[in-house]
Design a protein around this ligand. Structure first.
Ligand code: ASP
Length: 232
């Protein structure tokens, strides 16, 4: 920025090239992805059986039920600890929730989250400008819940038996992993793959649940953003 434009141009061009080249590689990967997921699912179904596919439905419903119960806990917190009418709260945060649902990104929703907190819920700017950006980065309860359920589901698909202690450890790991999950669409599943290798499940197992991930991502992001607003 501080160099004359003509001197800095080659570096700027190099950066642009880097971005364009990366996007091209991602484009190629995206063309292959549906075939790769199909191959992974076939492989698992051949080895484990057709119950794998039917189990995915039960898994998705479990995640949604879990997210919904967490949502009810949030409303309880709002009314019992926050001493705020939950219906007013929901009306105030509606736009942020809709935006989170449609973009699947807590980070992209942040301007709406701030607006909901400051304009609709009348929260002091000093609080919201501190809590919301921090929350968008580290507070991902929906993601933690989803990662724990997904890990347990994949453990049962691949016949990995976890003791109560290991399940407890898994819960702690997923909470830690959710803190490290970037607030962008679809990354929760990538971080999940790293958790899986730690508990003895092949990371490519995520291929089984990739098909339903988008809708679950939309729902867990909505919960993540709701959590940020509850905390604020
Ligand atoms: N999409 C989520 C969020 O932005 C993160 C994830 O779970 O993939 O909050």
């Amino acid at each position: 920025l501080s160099l004359p434009q003509a001197t800095g141009k080659p570096f700027a061009d190099l950066c642009l090239f880097g971005q364009a080249a990366s996007m091209k590689v991602i484009e190629w990967a995206m063309v292959l992805a549906p075939y790769a997921v199909f191959g992974l699912i076939c492989n698992v179904t051949i080895h484990i059986g057709i119950e794998t596919i039917t189990g995915v439905g039960a898994y998705a419903v479990s995640v949604l039920l879990g997210l919904f119960s967490m949502f009810l806990v949030y409303l309880l917190i709002v009314s019992l600890i926050g001493k705020y009418n939950p219906l007013h709260f929901l009306r105030g945060i509606r736009n942020a929730q809709i935006f989170a649902f449609s973009t699947s990104s807590s980070a992209a929703t942040m301007p709406f989250t701030l607006k909901a907190a400051e304009e609709n819920l009348k929260i002091d700017e000093k609080v919201s400008r501190f809590v919301i950006p921090l929350g968008a980065t580290i507070n991902m309860d929906g993601t933690a819940l989803y990662q724990a359920v997904a890990a347990l589901f994949l453990c049962s698909v691949f016949g990995v038996d976890l003791s109560t202690g290991e399940i407890f450890l898994l819960m702690i790991t997923t909470v830690g992993a959710s803190i490290g999950t970037p607030a962008t669409p679809g990354v929760g599943i990538i971080v999940l793959a790293t958790i899986l290798s730690g508990i003895g499940v092949p990371p490519e197992g995520v291929g089984i649940i990739l098909g339903v991930d988008r809708i679950l991502d939309m729902c867990r992001t909505t919960l993540n953003v709701t959590g940020d607003l509850v905390a604020t």
